[in-house]
Design a binder for this molecule. Structure first.
Ligand code: ZN
Length: 257
């Protein structure tokens, strides 16, 4: 079996990355890129806290941690393909048919050191591709795995969601309470938009105790109160919410992402 990246390829990437002399384009999605980078650092920190043996344990998603880590690594490579598409104009799908699942299955069997390298190297590669995009290229349209046509700038937000939420999914004391406050608000808005698109909106009133105002979702009704971090954990389907305004447990929602 080959490792995900050979050393020569990594060296080439490091050279392209340079010593920090290159910057994102003026029109780059700076906030989302910042979140994707800080989220990658957060994911790597949680991963480093796990021993090699602990990688065999379960994640919060039904996958083993190994499968989850492989997914996060290969997701970076899939987003790199979209970024390369925008840079070169050569159409490249995020995944070929069957590729996503096959990569997770195969990646989960990699030796621990190779699995850790996959995360490192794929993140470096994606970051290099982002850095190399020009203002015009950031608007280039690409197609996501769900078949949505979006400007490639969307990849920064797609990666942001993956690294932050899957860091929690490692089930290693990662917490939504570690997320930047503005990221929590953005995630909440994104979940509501996806519910709306899919017609799966529950009827609740979200009442974050550490934010002004409430959000009526669907037809409204049951008021669900809590810290924004806990509400966002709940709406993204990462477990039941302990207490609502009446002191009951609010049932778990299906996982988002
Ligand atoms: Zn994912």
């Amino acid at each position: 079996m080959t490792t995900p990246y050979d050393e020569a390829a990594l060296q080439e990437l490091r050279e392209r990355q340079g010593s920090g002399a290159r910057y994102d384009a003026e029109e780059a999605p700076k906030q989302e890129l910042g979140w994707a980078r800080s989220g990658t650092a957060y994911f790597l920190r949680k991963l480093r806290e796990l021993t090699d043996d602990e990688l065999d344990g379960p994640s919060l998603l039904g996958w083993t941690r190994r499968e989850l880590i492989a997914h996060v690594g290969y997701n970076a490579r899939a987003l790199t393909r979209l970024t390369e598409w925008a840079r070169t104009g050569v159409e490249t799908p995020m995944y070929a048919p069957g590729q996503r699942d096959a990569e997770i299955e195969l990646g989960a069997t990699l030796p621990p050191v190779a699995l850790r390298h996959l995360i490192d190297h794929s993140a470096v590669h994606l970051n290099v591709e982002w850095r190399d995009l020009t203002d015009e290229q950031w608007d280039h349209e690409v197609v996501t795995a769900q078949g949505r046509t979006v400007p490639v700038r969307e990849t920064a937000w797609m990666r942001t969601r993956e690294v932050w939420i899957h860091a929690v999914d490692l089930d290693n004391h990662g917490s939504y309470r570690d997320f930047p406050p503005e990221l929590l608000d953005r995630l909440s808005g994104d979940v509501l938009a996806v519910w709306d698109r899919k017609g799966t909106t529950p009827d609740v009133v979200l009442d974050p105790t550490d934010r002004p105002g409430q959000t009526v979702v669907g037809a409204g009704g049951r008021r669900v109160a809590g810290a924004q971090a806990d509400l966002v954990r709940w709406v993204t389907g990462r477990g039941a919410l302990r207490l609502d305004a009446e002191g009951d447990q609010v049932p778990e929602l299906p996982p988002w992402l």
